[in-house]
Design a protein around this ligand. Structure first.
Ligand code: NAP
Length: 309
C-alpha cells in the first residue's frame, strides 16, 4: 500500500453525515478520504424536494444538497472518491483497512461509517420478479414513466406520503395502501396528501401479491379487518415500508441492533475503538438531514480526539 493510501480518517458514505464528517475532518487538517458508491448526497439525492432543512425557505431539490456539501468539503481539502464502494473494513495493526469493490485497499487510523440505510422489501410474491418492470423504490427515478396512469404506493410514513404527492405530478391517480387507519407521516406531510385530489388512501389494507406478466398490471390487497381480498389495477407499485442499515461493511466489528443499525450514542462512538457511526446508520430517534449533519460533525471531532490519544 503506497503512502498515498494511508489516511487518518476513512469515511464510508457520501450522504449528509459523511460529507459533513469530511468537512470537519479536513478543517482539522486530518488526512481524510471519503468513498461514495453512487450519488453524492446518498438517499437524499433521490428525494424530490427537501422542505425541512433549515436555511432554504423555499425548499431545496434533494439532488442539489450532496454536490453543495461536497464542494464545501473539497474547499478545505477533502479527497473524494465517487463511484467507489467500501465493501469491508478490517482491523489491522494500529488502524483499519477498507477494501473497495474495485479491489483497492486503503488504510486509515480511524473509520467513520456513514453508509446510511436502504429500503425494506415487502417480501410478497411478484415483487422481486417485477422489480424494474413497474415495481420501484424510487419515485424520483421512475415516476415520469407513469404519465396519466394509476399507481400504488405502499406505506404510511414520511417517505410513502411525500413520494405519493410527488407521483401525482405524473400519475392520474395514486392509491396509498396503508396497513393501519392512521398515518405515521408528520402532520404537515399528511395534510399535503389529504388535500391532493389525485391521492386516495386505502386504509387498513396490506398488499399480498403484485401481479403482471412482463410488467405490473395490479396489486392484490387484503382488508386487515374483514380479511376480504381484491385486485387493484395499477401500472406501477412504489414501496416505502421502512429501511434497514447498510452496516455490512463493519457489521463483524461493531455491535448492531436487530435491523443492523450500529449501536452508538450521541458521541458516535461504536463498540470498536476507532470506528465511529454517523447519520442514518446509527441507532437514533430521528433520521433527518439535520440530525445526520450533527452526527458527521461529532464523528470527525471524536475521530480527531481518538487520534490525539
Ligand atoms: P417509516 O417511518 O419506518 O415508515 C414505514 C411505513 O411502512 C409505516 O407506515 C409502516 O406502517 C409501513 N410498513 C412497514 N412494514 C410494512 C409492511 N410489511 N407492510 C405494509 N406496511 C408496512 O419509514 P420511512 O417513511 O421510509 O422513513 C424512514 C425515516 O426517514 C423516518 O425516520 C422518517 O421520518 C425519515 N424521513 C423523513 C422525511 C422528512 O422529514 N421529510 C422524508 C422521508 C423520510 P406503520 O405505520 O403501521 O408502522
Amino acid at each position: 500500500m503506497s503512502e498515498n493510501e494511508n489516511y487518518d480518517v476513512l469515511i464510508v458514505g457520501g450522504g449528509p453525515a459523511g460529507l459533513t464528517a469530511g468537512l470537519y475532518a479536513a478543517r482539522a487538517r486530518l488526512k481524510c478520504v471519503l468513498l461514495e458508491k453512487m450519488m453524492m448526497g446518498g438517499q437524499i439525492a433521490t428525494t424530490d424536494v427537501v422542505d425541512n432543512y433549515p436555511g432554504f425557505p423555499d425548499g431545496i431539490a434533494g439532488a442539489e444538497i450532496g454536490p453543495l456539501f461536497e464542494a464545501q468539503a473539497r474547499r478545505f481539502g477533502l479527497e473524494v472518491r465517487q463511484f467507489q464502494e467500501g465493501v469491508r473494513v478490517e482491523a489491522r495493526g494500529d488502524g483499519f483497512t477498507v477494501t473497495c469493490a474495485n479491489g483497492d485497499e486503503l488504510f486509515g487510523k480511524s473509520v467513520i461509517v456513514a453508509a446510511g440505510s436502504r429500503w425494506n422489501p415487502l417480501g410478497i410474491p411478484g415483487e422481486e420478479r417485477l422489480r424494474g418492470a413497474g415495481v420501484s423504490y424510487c419515485a424520483t427515478c421512475d415516476g415520469a414513466f407513469f404519465r396519466d396512469q394509476e399507481l400504488a404506493v405502499v406505506g404510511g410514513g414520511n417517505s410513502a406520503i411525500e413520494e405519493a404527492v410527488f407521483l401525482t405530478k405524473f400519475a392520474a391517480r395514486v392509491y396509498v395502501i396503508h396497513r393501519r387507519d392512521q398515518l405515521r407521516a408528520e402532520k404537515v406531510v399528511q395534510e399535503k396528501a389529504f388535500s391532493n385530489p389525485r391521492i386516495e388512501i386505502i386504509w387498513s389494507h396490506v398488499p399480498t401479491e403484485i401481479v403482471g406478466e412482463n410488467g405490473v398490471e395490479g396489486i392484490r390487497i387484503k382488508d386487515v379487518k374483514s380479511g376480504a381480498e381484491r385486485l387493484l389495477p395499477v401500472a406501477g407499485v412504489f414501496i416505502y415500508v421502512g429501511m434497514q442499515a447498510n452496516s455490512e461493511v463493519v457489521g463483524h466489528l461493531v455491535e448492531t441492533d436487530e435491523r443492523g443499525y450500529i449501536k452508538a450514542g450521541e458521541d458516535t462512538r461504536t463498540s470498536c475503538p476507532g470506528i465511529f457511526a454517523a447519520g442514518d446508520i446509527r441507532t437514533k430517534p430521528l433520521r433527518q438531514v439535520a440530525t445526520a449533519i450533527a452526527d458527521g460533525a461529532t464523528a470527525a471531532i471524536m475521530a480527531e480526539k481518538y487520534l490525539e490519544q
